[in-house]
Design a protein around this ligand. Structure first.
Ligand code: BMA
Length: 325
């Protein structure tokens, strides 16, 4: 199996100790809630290889409980130097200049730019977009979609000549529904060609809502997409994650998706925090040479964690244990 991502020499990695398909870092949580003196919590954050190390955009909710995103740098993917000041976007003339809140960023390099997609407050949640070259200056683009929407995740290359995005239409609250859709844009401003990808409900862990997690990983078998799935228990929402495989040329076509979750909240740091029982992946560093994947996920809406897996094992598992398509 081929993974079409660049090699990452110094990626964060720990060998598997047991038999799980995805295993947790012994260093979890790698970023604690009080990593910044001003932070209430740091979670659901996105990182990418950058120069000889890594850069990222972090969801830092402050002690006023305002949701902000901050840039950060790391040489090893574990120890992060996060800017104590939130990102202040440069807004070009003619682009909507409005800020309410920002959360759940995803970051991806497309051609020569690093793009950030996040849940942007504009009369409710929608998908904000910006780009940077250096993780110091961020140029804001127009919001991609109308409110209400969450989990906007760009593909790492154009598809059929257009930029492409997965997203999840929602409502303004703690949405109790959610299906995944695909959209295309020639210029990152005007979006269309909207296609349904997958609805919630295929198995109990994903019965209430689903949404894309990290940026899709291109392989010769299709796009590997980790996604969160939510069920409603007597104690509220429980966030798990699994993975799906999408057609390479028509990524709205699902080739398979995990019937069983790959991770559910089970450790103390996933079950105890501001929102108990949440594992929420927003980034994956993938080494094109070995197919090793380091997943960054938020735990209990409080801290940031790492887990590891192999692309070929996850794809084999999807094929052998899929929901009915
Ligand atoms: C979603 C978002 C996520 C969060 C999740 C669980 O609506 O707010 O950031 O992890 O709820 O609280």
């Amino acid at each position: 199996m081929k993974v079409y991502t660049d090699p990452v020499m110094n990626m964060p990695w720990e060998d598997r100790q047991g038999s799980e398909l995805i295993w947790r870092s012994a260093a979890n949580p790698i970023i604690k809630r009080d990593h910044l003196p001003t932070s209430n919590s740091i979670f659901n954050s996105a990182v990418v290889p950058f120069n000889d190390g890594f850069a990222g955009v972090f969801r830092c909710d402050n002690k006023a409980r305002e949701m902000r995103i901050h840039a950060g740098f790391s040489s090893d993917g574990y120890k992060w130097d996060i800017n104590p000041e939130p990102i202040k976007f440069t807004v070009p003339p003619g682009v909507l200049d409005h800020f309410d809140f920002a959360y759940d960023p995803r970051v991806i390099k497309i051609e020569d730019k690093y793009y950030v997609a996040w849940c942007n407050g504009y009369h409710g949640p929608t998908i904000g977009l910006a780009y940077t070259y250096d993780f110091k200056e961020f140029i804001q683009l127009e919001n991609a979609l109308l409110p209400y929407n969450r989990n906007g995740v760009l593909f790492p290359r154009k598809i059929n000549g257009n930029y492409a995005m997965l997203s999840r239409p929602s409502d303004a609250g703690h949405t109790f529904f959610g299906n995944m859709f695909y959209s295309e844009s020639p210029d990152l401003t005007y979006w269309g060609k909207h296609r349904h990808v997958l609805s919630a409900g295929a198995s109990p862990w994903q019965s209430l809502k689903i949404g894309a997690g990290p940026v899709p990983i291109e392989t010769d078998e299709g796009w590997l997409v980790f996604y969160h799935g939510v069920l409603l228990s007597c104690n509220g929402y429980v966030y798990h994650y699994g993975a799906m495989l999408l057609d390479r040329d028509e990524p709205w076509k699902v080739l398979g998706a995990t019937k069983e979750y790959l991770m559910s909240p089970q450790t103390i740091y996933e079950c105890v925090g501001d929102v108990p029982n949440v594992v929420f992946p927003c980034a994956a560093i993938t080494d094109g040479n070995t197919g090793r994947i380091a997943l960054y996920y938020g735990a209990a809406d409080t801290c940031t964690c790492l887990a590891f897996c192999y692309a070929d094992e996850i794809i084999k598992h999807i094929k052998e244990n899929s929901i009915d398509i």
